[in-house]
Ligand binder design. Structure first.
Ligand code: LMR
Length: 399
């Protein structure tokens, strides 16, 4: 028999929580697990700008034939405009090439395949903590992983000095995965001054940055959130960027991401693109069309673009409001000082709750949080915030 020896694999630590949440019969249950936006009614809506673009596509789309391996050229250009800024030379000078990959995860996997297949590096440094899937993706591609410290648990802050001290041990040519903004899971991002130092450090050590940019627009704004990426590009001539429209377009299930590779010259960029195309061809052949056509339609139509930016700002502001409200309610309930969560960015809050406390919240209160203590603040609303604050208070006080 071929399969008899197989054991049951554990559920995914993040996506498995959604299944467990759905099966929970507690009427007060709250889902703060997976990084998916929910509005004040606990619903993950289709953005209005996306609906409008879909109407246009239904009317105008003429064919469902294959897309090019890279996706459509307009998708690449519009993605680069968001990453680098509309006026950046990198948008069209040929140094930067972009391929549509299925979601940010697909982009990371294609990047890792490309790195492995082209013998670009064998070691990848990953922040500790990080998004759990980083290790699996990189190792599945055949690369070795190392950790660099990122979070100072006592201070609830970036462990900046320890991060750079550890990365001193990296060898020339190693890859470093960097979260561009809204660090997953901590919500702690470098300051502009720290980004400047990181950019210099990567250049001095000759490390290849692989930037994971899944949350553009969820931190401070589309432009502000790109500060680190752009600073790294000022100092480093070769960079890989895995970006995603899952979150900022709310198109989680359309799998719309991109891998952008920046090279020192246009000639090298052409060769890089040809090799990334090989990696894509043998992984997925060519990308799905619907999501990228929605992105193109929205970003190239001034009215829809404006609508998108407004909807994105609404999501960002709601999450920030809920983060502050929770900190306030926790203080009022006597849980202690949770002010540190107001300093975190984006979708996640690293609560400092232990694995046992996370389990207790789930078992006794139907509150679902990732085992590391990461909470998706988008799951908080005016209706559940008191319940949540009371439950967390009971759990931290050992009640
Ligand atoms: C998350 O971190 O919750 C999201 O990025 C969803 C995922 O795929 O894990």
């Amino acid at each position: 028999m071929f399969f008899d020896h197989l054991e049951l694999a554990p559920a995914d630590p993040i996506l498995g929580l959604t299944d467990a949440f759905k099966a929970d019969t507690n009427p007060k249950k709250v889902n703060l697990g997976v990084g998916v936006y929910q509005n004040e009614h606990g619903v993950t809506p289709v953005l209005k700008c996306v609906k409008e673009a879909e109407k246009i596509l239904v009317e105008t789309e003429q064919s469902k034939s294959y897309l090019p391996i890279t996706g459509l050229p307009d998708y690449g250009r519009l993605t680069r405009e968001l990453l680098f800024g509309k006026d950046s030379a990198l948008v069209s000078d040929g140094r930067a090439v972009t391929c549509h990959c299925p979601g940010g995860t697909g982009a990371l996997r294609i990047a890792a395949d490309f790195i492995y297949q082209q013998h670009i590096a064998s070691r990848v440094w990953i922040s500790d903590p990080t998004w759990g899937n980083h290790f699996q993706i990189v190792e599945a591609a055949g690369l070795k992983t190392e950790r660099y410290p990122y979070y100072d648990r006592a201070a609830h802050a970036l462990a900046f000095d320890r991060m750079l001290d550890t990365l001193e041990q990296a060898s020339e040519g190693d890859v470093v995965i960097i979260h561009a903004c809204c660090h997953n899971p901590t919500g702690i991002d470098p300051t502009p001054e720290q980004w400047d130092q990181i950019a210099d450090f990567l250049a001095r050590k000759k490390l290849l940055p692989l930037i994971d940019f899944a949350y553009q627009g969820f931190g401070k704004g589309l432009e502000e959130d790109a500060y680190g990426v752009r600073k790294i590009l000022e100092k480093n001539s070769e960079v890989l960027i895995a970006s995603s429209f899952s979150k900022n377009f709310g198109m989680y299930n359309e799998r719309v991401g991109a891998l952008t590779a920046v090279s020192a010259t246009k000639e090298v960029g052409t060769n890089v693109l040809s090799q990334i195309k090989l990696a894509i061809r043998c992984a997925i052949s060519n990308p799905p069309a619907h999501g990228e056509k929605v992105v193109i339609t929205v970003l190239s139509n001034p009215d829809l673009r404006l609508m998108w930016e407004q909807e994105l700002a609404e999501m960002r502001e709601r999450m920030s409001r809920m983060r502050n409200l929770l900190a306030e309610k926790l203080k009022a309930a006597g849980a202690g000082d949770f002010d540190f969560i107001t300093k975190q960015n984006g979708m996640f809050s690293f609560s400092g709750l232990t694995k046992e406390q996370v389990e207790q919240l789930r078992a006794e209160f139907g509150i679902y949080i990732v085992g590391s203590g990461r909470m998706c603040v988008a799951g908080i609303n005016d209706e559940n915030v008191d319940y949540l604050a009371d439950a967390i208070t009971k759990v931290v006080k050992g009640a």
